[in-house]
Structures are given as C-alpha cells and as structure tokens.
Design a protein around this ligand. Structure first.
Ligand SMILES: [Zn+2]
Length: 256
C-alpha cells in the first residue's frame, strides 16, 4: 500500500515516529508521500525525508490555509523547495473556516499549477467548501498532462467528474469512509476503482475504530477494508488496484 497523504513530520509523531514507521511497514505500507504545508513545517518535513529515504517521498507546495495577504513570501519560499519533489502539494482552496483570502488562494493555486506544468508533476489538491472556485481554476489552468489527486474528497461524484474534464484526477480516500454517516460511501460507489488512491492524512482523520485518536499510516488497511466493503470486492483487490493507481500517477507513464 502507498499512503498518498501523510504528515509524518507533524509534531504529533515526535515521541514515537520510528515505531509509527515500523508499524506502517509491518502493515504493508511501502511508501508514504509527505505533502508540504508552509515555511513553518519545512524543516521538520526535510528531516523526516532524510530519516526515511525511499520510504518517505516529498511533495512541495503551499497549503491554502497558510495563504493570507502576505502570500508572496511563502510562495517564493515554496518555489525554492521543489528539488526532489515527486508532486506539487498540498495546494488548493479552503473556504471552510474563512473566505477572507479566497482571491489570494486562487492566485496561489494558479501559480502552483504552473509549477506542476513546467515540471510535469502531479498535483495534490486540497479542496474544502470551494468546489465552484476549484472547478473554475482547473478550467482556466488546464493543460494536456494535468493530473493529480483530489485529496480527502468531500464533494459529489458529479463535481469529481467535472474536475476530470480538465485533467486526470484520482480521488484520495481516507478515514472518513469509515464514519457511519459518511455520504462519501455513496460517492465512492459511483467512481471506478481505477480512480481511487488510499491516504490517511495522519495525524488527522483517524478511521474507525481509532476515530478521535491520532491517525497513522498503519491504519491504511482499515481504510482499504472499508472501501472493499463499500465496493463489494476483496480488500486484496482494493489494495492491488489503488497501489497500482498511485504508482502510475507518481512514477508511471505520462498521461495521454
Ligand atoms: Zn494534508
């Protein structure tokens, strides 16, 4: 399995990171993709990548909740961190807490889509309460090989389909799929297994039966198992297909 979205460098893991990595490997996790947030978390991310080379893989970018009026400095910093990144992320739009800097968030997303274009890298996109703006931005910035993950997807299958008119995007599925009231199960039923990747978003969004506790990559198997139940296929099938999807997105042939 590949955990396509985990903040292993978060201080929530400072006391036992090594054990977390051991448990992840034991659970069958072969790679963890570490998305960036902003300047304040860069050093911790860098150290974590250096500790687990080959296991932890780097994404670079500026997170939308770290965008404000003074975004230029953060964005220029992120631009200087692209070396060795296998993806641009996490980037995106977030209007859940506030719409105050939505215009700035859109500019920052547009610029980072340009980086993905220049470097021919996939995007890891965070999108919360801002689907209209996301679709408009993807439409405006679309290019032939645009691709990536719509991480922690909380939109409808219809919006997901529409995003896929502008690029090739996979749906990042995490612990939320295990929540009893999850609308997400209905959405996932409408999406092909070839369009899904697994992610934990650890230390956040722990799956049942760990909901409310710290999340970690070893719990990916709980997410795979739930997804298998929703899709009525075997967990092995889910793991095989989602791993393949992640491999071809990050390491595979470029999309046609
Ligand atoms: Zn994240």
């Amino acid at each position: 399995m590949i955990d396509t979205h985990v903040h292993l460098y978060d201080q929530a893991f400072d006391t036992d990171r090594e054990l977390v990595v051991v448990r992840a490997k034991k659970a069958g996790v072969s790679h963890c993709i570490l998305p960036a947030i902003d300047k304040s978390t860069f050093q911790a991310q860098k150290e974590c990548l250096e500790l687990y080379p080959g296991f932890c893989l780097k994404a670079s970018g500026l997170h939308p909740t770290s965008v404000d009026r003074d975004y230029r400095q953060e964005l220029d910093f992120a631009r200087c961190t692209l070396e060795g990144a296998i993806a641009i992320g996490e980037v995106g739009l977030d209007a859940y807490w506030s719409r105050e800097y939505m215009d700035e968030q859109i500019l920052v997303l547009e610029e980072q889509i340009q980086w993905a274009r220049e470097l021919d890298l996939p995007l890891i996109i965070h999108s919360r309460s801002s689907f209209a703006e996301l679709l408009a931005t993807l439409k405006k910035c679309t290019y032939p090989h645009m691709r990536g993950i719509l991480h922690a997807w909380s939109g409808s299958a219809g919006v997901f389909r529409e995003a896929n008119r502008y690029g090739h995007f996979l749906m990042g599925i995490g612990g939320v799929i295990t929540y009893r009231n999850a609308r997400l199960a209905g959405v996932v039923k409408e999406i092909d297994l070839t369009e899904i990747v697994l992610e934990t978003d650890a230390p956040w969004l722990s799956p049942v039966p760990f909901r409310g506790q710290r999340n970690e990559s070893a719990y990916l198997e709980h997410i795979a198992r739930e997804l298998a139940q929703v899709r009525d296929v075997s967990p092995e099938k889910v793991i095989e297909q989602t791993t393949q999807n992640a491999l071809s997105l990050f390491f595979g042939e470029k999309n046609e």
